[in-house]
Design a binder for this molecule. Structure first.
Ligand SMILES: [Zn+2]
Length: 124
C-alpha cells in the first residue's frame, strides 16, 4: 500500500499525536502520510491543510493555469436545470427541466431526471 504525503505546507506544524514520529530522543512532528485522504482530490489530510495550500499557492496556480480576465457567460442554450415538484393535491412528483434565463419549463420523465447523461444543454 502506497502512502501519500499531505500537500499542506504547514501540516507538520499542527501538534497532534499521530504526527509525532521517530525514535525516542529525536522525535519530530511530520507531515501526515495516508493511503487515502478526503480533501482536495485526495491531496490533503484536512480542510485546514487544504486551506493552507490555497492561501499559499492560489495566486501562483491561477497565474500558471490562466487567470480569468472577463466574466464567463451561461447562455440560454445551457441554462437548463432539472427540478421536481411534489404536488400534494394528487400525491404525484412532477419532473421538469427549467430554463434559468427564459423560465421555460419542459416536462421530464423520472428516468430522464435520474439520467445524469440526459441534458437539454448544448454543452454539459
Ligand atoms: Zn495535512
Amino acid at each position: 500500500m502506497t502512502l501519500k504525503l499531505c500537500q499542506g505546507p504547514a501540516c507538520h506544524t499542527y501538534i497532534t499525536k499521530d504526527r509525532l514520529k521517530g525514535p525516542a530522543g529525536s522525535k519530530t512532528y511530520q507531515t501526515r502520510r495516508r493511503s487515502h485522504m478526503y480533501y482536495g482530490k485526495g491531496n490533503f489530510c484536512s480542510m485546514q491543510c487544504y486551506n493552507d495550500w490555497a492561501e499559499t499557492f492560489s495566486d501562483r496556480a491561477i497565474d500558471y493555469f490562466g487567470r480569468l480576465t472577463e466574466p464567463k457567460h451561461l447562455t440560454e442554450e445551457n441554462a437548463w436545470v432539472k427540478q421536481y415538484d411534489w404536488r400534494q393535491s394528487d400525491q404525484e412528483t412532477y419532473y421538469v427541466y427549467v430554463n434559468g434565463i427564459t423560465n421555460e419549463r419542459r416536462p421530464l420523465t423520472e428516468d430522464q431526471f435520474r439520467d445524469s447523461n440526459y441534458t437539454l444543454n448544448e454543452r454539459g
